[in-house]
Design a protein around this ligand. Structure first.
Ligand SMILES: [Zn+2]
Length: 320
């Protein structure tokens, strides 16, 4: 067996995938979002789709002089999916969000092929870690193809992305899941560095809560985007859990059902002194299955933390 002597330069491939995905989005975008995937697939020599029940979300195979893309689909839905891709005016723009992501992911796989002749793979001898990096990069490419830097810049200039309803509407316009949008924001060079964070949160199931102890958080974070300024305050929070104050705020939101802006404080150190940084917080329900969105934004200056007062022997109070 031939051994690979050269390691794959994944940094190069990451740049390559993002550049190709961005270029495809530019070339085929229309007056309005979302990006039609059918013309991009054709451009990348996808000649055929197979929509059927599969044990995985999707796949791609080389076929003659191009590719065939497979997508997991209920057989009853297949005819309308084929029709949407065949319809020039739709181009797959109205396909379900999940199907669109799978198709975009499979198209991203074609970026690893030389198409100047018959499709020829540019990667060889992939081991298991390489394969998972390849899959991750295809997810990155799928997100960028549907949410290009250019479109995201326009959207974020027009709308305040720290207002949950704006983010929900933005995901609808791009026809992507909220998680895809939030993960995409983390890689967006135009993400404002003003102190903001977005969390997509799910409530833990009731079956789990029976065995839960006090230490187990009530919510888990499925995706988050924290900008550079906010990272100084929240960067040490575990990627799957919420800052404690945000968790309490979400409890209150769940009980009251209100969407009123609230304020929380984040413990921090300023000039060697314990302080509290106030943050505006917004909560919104994403769906009826206990999925929420929380956005936080720095507001105002940090205040000195109130610490327990102890009395010294002279009876004068001092702050420890
Ligand atoms: Zn894949």
């Amino acid at each position: 067996m031939k051994r690979r002597t050269q390691k794959i330069d994944w940094t190069f491939w990451e740049r390559q995938v993002c550049t190709c995905a961005e270029a495809m989005a530019h070339r085929h975008r229309r007056q309005t979002l979302p990006i039609p995937l059918g013309p991009i697939a054709r451009d990348r020599r996808v000649h055929r789709y197979v929509f059927d029940r599969l044990p995985v979300a999707g796949g791609i195979a080389v076929e003659e002089n191009g590719f065939v893309i497979y997508v997991n689909c209920e057989p009853a839905d297949a005819p309308s999916w084929y029709a949407k891709l065949a319809d020039e005016s739709d181009g797959g723009a109205t396909l379900p969000v999940r199907a669109r992501f799978t198709i975009a992911h499979e198209i991203a796989h074609t970026f690893f092929y030389d198409l100047s002749t018959g499709p020829k793979s540019l990667l060889s001898q992939l081991d298991a870690p390489d394969l998972s990096r390849l899959e991750r990069l295809c997810n990155v490419g799928a997100a960028q193809m549907q949410i290009s830097d250019r479109d995201l810049r326009i959207e974020t200039e027009l709308h305040d992305i720290l207002i949950p309803t704006n983010l929900l509407q933005m995901a609808r316009r791009f026809r992507v899941s909220l998680v895809t949008l939030v993960v995409r924001l983390t890689r967006f060079p135009g993400w404002s560095w003003r102190g903001g964070a977005i969390f997509i949160v799910s409530k833990r199931g009731n079956t789990e809560s029976a065995e839960r102890d006090e230490q187990t958080p009530r919510y888990w974070v499925s995706a988050r985007a924290i900008d550079g300024t906010m990272r100084a305050f929240l960067g040490t929070t575990s990627p799957r859990s919420l800052p404690p104050d945000a968790s309490r705020s979400l409890d209150r939101f769940g009980l009251d059902g209100g969407d009123l802006p609230d304020e929380v404080t984040i413990p921090c150190r300023v000039g060697g002194v314990d302080a509290l940084q106030p943050c505006g917080i917004h909560c919104a329900a994403v769906n009826e299955d206990g999925c929420f969105m929380i956005t936080m934004r720095l507001s105002g200056q940090p205040t000195r933390a109130v610490l327990p007062r102890v009395t010294n022997i002279d009876g004068a109070a001092e702050v420890k």
